[in-house]
Design a protein around this ligand. Structure first.
Ligand SMILES: Cc1ncc(C[n+]2csc(CCOP(=O)(O)OP(=O)(O)O)c2C)c(N)n1
Length: 194
């Protein structure tokens, strides 16, 4: 808010954004403050030893869910849209040109933008779930992603286990700092008149 002329990137993991800082994330979306959130979703708390995060798929194994995760996982994109983010898009580390393009578009959005970058973790998540090595996980992204344009004409059951990539949501809404400054200016004007 102090330096609205800056372009700010907020780089987070899936655990940071949806659990540890989940409350902050929801309200940043709601306020539509001009930040570019990039969420590296590796489906696990990587740095602290492979605990399950809210994005670990149900049934998958983590150090805290050795018998399979009993919880249902979030869809960050739906969460961001429902909470009020004005640019919501996803890509994977296999689809780098698309990731580049959506990050550029998120900077162009005056408001809270959320980019989900699917980033495989072969050690903390892949090994426990028999996903193969890093190359196999990258290939899984290649073989199981579908563009949002194609997904629109597909059966919901067909896209259930796919990664839908592209710009999933965009909406126009007042940006938080602009709205705040408008109100301050109006209050000052009223003060001068009285
Ligand atoms: C408020 C708070 N609680 C807990 C931690 C400890 N902590 C640091 S990183 C981390 C896991 C982060 O996982 P994720 O966001 O998925 O990122 P990754 O390590 O997988 O890249 C935790 C629990 C912290 N730094 N701050």
């Amino acid at each position: 808010m102090a330096r609205p002329e800056l372009t700010i990137f907020v780089l987070m993991g899936d655990g940071d954004s949806t659990a540890i800082g989940g409350n902050h994330f929801i309200h940043a979306c709601r306020r539509n403050i001009d930040l570019n959130a990039i969420i590296f979703n590796n489906n696990i708390y990587g740095m602290t030893g492979g605990q399950a995060s809210p994005l670990t798929p149900q049934g998958d194994r983590a150090t805290t869910t050795p018998y399979g995760n009993p919880e249902r996982n979030f869809d960050i994109m739906k969460l961001a849209e429902a909470a009020g983010a004005t640019f919501v898009a996803r890509s994977t580390t296999y689809h780098l040109p698309l990731l580049d393009k959506i990050i550029e578009r998120s900077v162009g959005n005056k408001g809270f933008s959320v980019v989900e970058a699917m980033t495989y973790c072969p050690v903390g998540y892949g090994r426990m779930n028999k996903k193969g090595d890093a190359t196999a996980m990258l290939n899984w992204y290649k073989d199981n992603s579908v563009t949002v344009e194609k997904a629109r004409s597909m059966d919901p059951a067909e896209i259930e286990n796919r990664i839908v990539i592209g710009v999933l949501h965009q909406q126009a809404a007042p940006e938080f700092v602009e709205e705040y400054e408008r109100r301050v200016a109006r209050a000052r004007e009223k003060g001068r008149q009285s």
